[in-house]
Design a protein around this ligand. Structure first.
Ligand code: AMP
Ligand code: MG
Length: 497
C-alpha cells in the first residue's frame, strides 16, 4: 500500500512459533467500508488520512494486506460453560500484526470473520454485519465509560451472504486489543502437557504486559497475582455499570484485563442480580451477579495451567495458587467499593477507615436492594441520585413505588455524604454515573436498520451518543430512556457465530 503505513512489529509471530498457524485471510468478493475508527487509527499511528475508501476496504477485508502483516491463527483451548474444550483457536479470526501506539503500548490488530482456518471445526469462518457492528458499539461504549476493552478499528461489508438461522449480509471486523492472549491460550498447551510452550507463553505475556516482573524469581506467581488484580478491577467496573458479558468462557478472558469477545453481552435495565440475556445461557451461569465468581473460577483454570511454573513440587505450587486466588474476593470488593463510593458521591477527604468501608458497603448494598425491590432502571437510578444530592429527589423518587423506604435511605445517604460540598459532589457523581449506555432496544434498532436495510444512520447516531455517556445534551434524550415496558423481559442476545 503506497500511501498506507502500519509499521508492524509482530512479536507473537516472531517469538512464539508453535503457538499459532500462519494462515491467510480468505479473499473477499466485494468489500465496502462500513466503519472506520479514525480516532483509534491516529492513536495507533496508522497513516490512513489520505487513503482512498476503496483502498481501506481492500486493506480491512484482507484482500490487500498492508506491508509487514503476518496473518496467523492463534491456538487456544477453553472452558465453555464449565466444560473443557481442548481445541478452539482462531476459527474465524486472524492476528494480522502488532503496532506500537502513541503511548508506546503494543496493540494487536486482528480480523474477525476472515474465513476458515485450521481451527474452524464446523464453522464457516464468517461473520455478519449485525454482530460486527454490535462489537463496534459495545467496544466504543466501554471505552467511553473508561473500562478497559478491545475496540473496533474498522468494519467492512464483504458483499457475501452468511448463513445462520436466516441469510445475513457478511462482514469483517478489524479489532484492536492489548493482546489476544487468553486464559484458554495457556490451557491449550497445559492440556497437551507442552510445558515449554506454557513457559514461553508466560514469559512472553510477562514481558508484554508486566515487564516490571521480568527477572523476579517468583515472577510467575507475581504475574498470576497481577492478572487476578486486573480482572478484579475490570469486573468491578462491569458490575458498577451494569454490564453483562454473557459468555465468560475461559477463552473469552484476556490476561491483559480487557473486555473481549462480547458476543451476546448486554446492559442491565431494571436491576436484578439474576439478569441473563444470552439465549444459550440456559442455566444462568453467566448471570450479572455471578460474574465476579466466574472470573475467579476462570483464574483458577489459569493457575492450574501454569501450576508447574508457580513453585517446585505440586503441593507448594497449589499453596501459592490458592493464596493468590483466595485474595480475589477481597481485591474485587476493594475495587467495587471504590467504584460505588464514587457513584454515591462519598469521596470524603482523607482515607476511609475500616468502619467507613463497612458503612459505605452497607449503604451501597441497601441501595441495590431498593433498586431490586423496586425494579428500578439501574442506569437512571444512579444518574438521578446526583439530582437528589442537589436537593431535588423527585426524579429518583419517580423510579420507585416504595418511596418511604427510599426516603429513609436517601436521608441516611445524605447524612453520610454531608462531608463533601454538594456542588463538587454532584459534578463528580455525574462523571461516574453515565446517562447514556448502549440500551438494548437502541442497539437492536441500529443493527436491524444496518443489517436488513443497509441504513447506517441509526448506527452512526447511536455511536455518537454512546461516545458521550455523561453528557446532559437534551438532543440525546432518546438514548437515555429505558426500553418500552415488556421489551427487556423478552430480550435475548445471540452469539452471532
Ligand atoms: P466465540 O463463542 O465467538 O468466543 O467462539 C468460540 C470458538 O468458536 C472460537 O474458537 C471461535 O474461533 C469459534 N467460532 C465461532 N464462530 C465461528 C465460525 N463462524 N466459524 C468458525 N469458527 C467459529
Ligand atoms: Mg471467543
Amino acid at each position: 500500500m503506497p500511501d498506507t503505513v502500519f509499521n508492524f512489529d509482530n512479536s507473537y509471530a516472531r517469538e512464539l512459533p508453535g503457538c499459532y498457524v500462519a494462515w491467510p485471510p480468505a479473499p473477499v468478493e466485494a468489500p465496502r467500508l462500513l466503519f472506520l475508527n479514525r480516532e483509534l487509527a491516529l492513536e495507533l499511528r496508522l497513516e490512513l488520512a489520505a487513503t482512498a475508501e476503496s483502498t481501506l476496504a481492500a486493506i480491512f477485508s484482507g484482500n490487500a494486506l498492508p506491508e509487514g502483516a503476518t496473518p496467523i491463527a492463534q491456538a487456544y483451548a477453553g472452558h465453555q460453560f464449565g466444560n473443557f474444550s481442548p481445541q478452539l483457536g482462531d476459527g474465524r479470526a486472524l492476528l494480522i500484526g502488532e503496532v506500537i501506539d502513541r503511548h508506546g503500548c503494543r496493540r494487536d490488530l486482528a480480523f474477525k470473520g476472515s474465513g476458515r482456518t485450521p481451527f474452524s471445526r464446523n464453522g464457516d469462518g464468517k461473520a455478519a454485519v449485525g454482530p460486527m457492528l454490535r462489537e463496534v458499539l459495545i467496544g466504543e461504549a466501554m471505552h467511553a465509560l473508561g473500562i478497559p476493552t478491545t475496540r473496533a478499528l474498522a468494519v467492512i461489508a464483504t458483499g457475501e451472504a452468511v448463513y445462520r438461522e436466516t441469510t445475513l449480509p457478511g462482514a469483517q471486523l478489524t479489532r484492536v486489543a492489548a493482546s489476544h492472549i487468553r486464559v484458554g491460550t495457556f490451557e491449550y498447551f497445559a492440556a497437551r502437557d507442552e510445558r515449554e510452550h506454557v513457559r514461553r507463553l508466560a514469559d512472553y505475556a510477562i514481558a508484554r504486559h508486566d515487564p516490571d516482573l521480568c527477572g523476579a524469581e517468583d515472577r510467575y506467581a507475581q504475574w498470576l497475582r497481577a492478572v487476578a488484580e486486573r480482572q478484579a478491577a475490570l469486573l468491578a467496573q462491569w458490575m458498577n455499570v451494569g454490564f453483562i458479558h454473557g459468555v465468560m468462557n475461559t477463552d473469552n478472558m484476556s490476561i491483559a484485563g480487557e473486555t473481549i469477545d462480547f458476543g451476546p453481552c448486554a446492559f442491565m435495565e431494571a436491576y436484578h442480580p439474576g439478569t441473563v440475556f444470552s439465549s444459550i445461557d440456559e442455566s444462568g451461569r453467566y448471570a450479572y451477579g455471578n460474574q465476579p465468581g466466574i472470573a475467579q473460577w476462570n483464574l483458577a483454570r489459569l493457575a492450574e495451567a501454569i501450576l508447574p511454573l508457580l513453585a517446585d513440587g505440586e503441593d507448594a505450587a497449589v499453596e501459592v495458587a490458592t493464596d493468590i486466588l483466595s485474595g480475589f474476593g477481597a481485591s474485587y470488593r476493594r475495587h467495587w467499593l471504590a467504584g460505588v463510593r464514587a457513584k454515591l458521591g462519598l469521596q470524603a477527604p482523607g482515607a476511609p477507615t475500616a468502619a467507613d468501608d463497612e458503612a459505605d458497603a452497607a449503604l451501597a448494598g441497601d441501595w441495590l436492594a431498593l433498586l431490586q425491590a423496586g425494579q428500578a432502571d439501574y442506569t437512571l437510578a444512579w444518574r438521578r441520585l446526583a439530582d437528589a444530592a442537589e436537593g431535588r429527589p423527585d426524579a429518583v423518587r419517580e423510579l420507585f413505588a416504595d418511596t418511604p423506604a427510599l426516603d429513609a435511605w436517601l436521608a441516611r445517604w445524605q447524612a453520610r455524604a454531608a462531608a463533601v460540598p454538594a456542588a463538587q459532589r454532584t459534578q463528580a457523581m455525574r462523571r461516574v454515573n453515565p446517562r447514556i449506555i448502549p440500551r438494548n432496544h437502541r442497539v437492536e434498532e441500529a443493527l436491524d436498520a444496518a443489517s436488513s436495510a443497509g441504513d447506517l444512520r441509526p448506527f452512526e447516531a447511536l455511536l455518537q451518543a454512546i461516545r458521550r455517556p455523561c453528557d446532559d445534551d437534551p438532543a440525546l434524550a432518546r438514548y437515555a430512556e429505558p426500553a418500552p415496558g415488556g421489551y427487556t423481559d423478552g430480550y435475548r442476545t445471540f452469539c452471532g457465530t
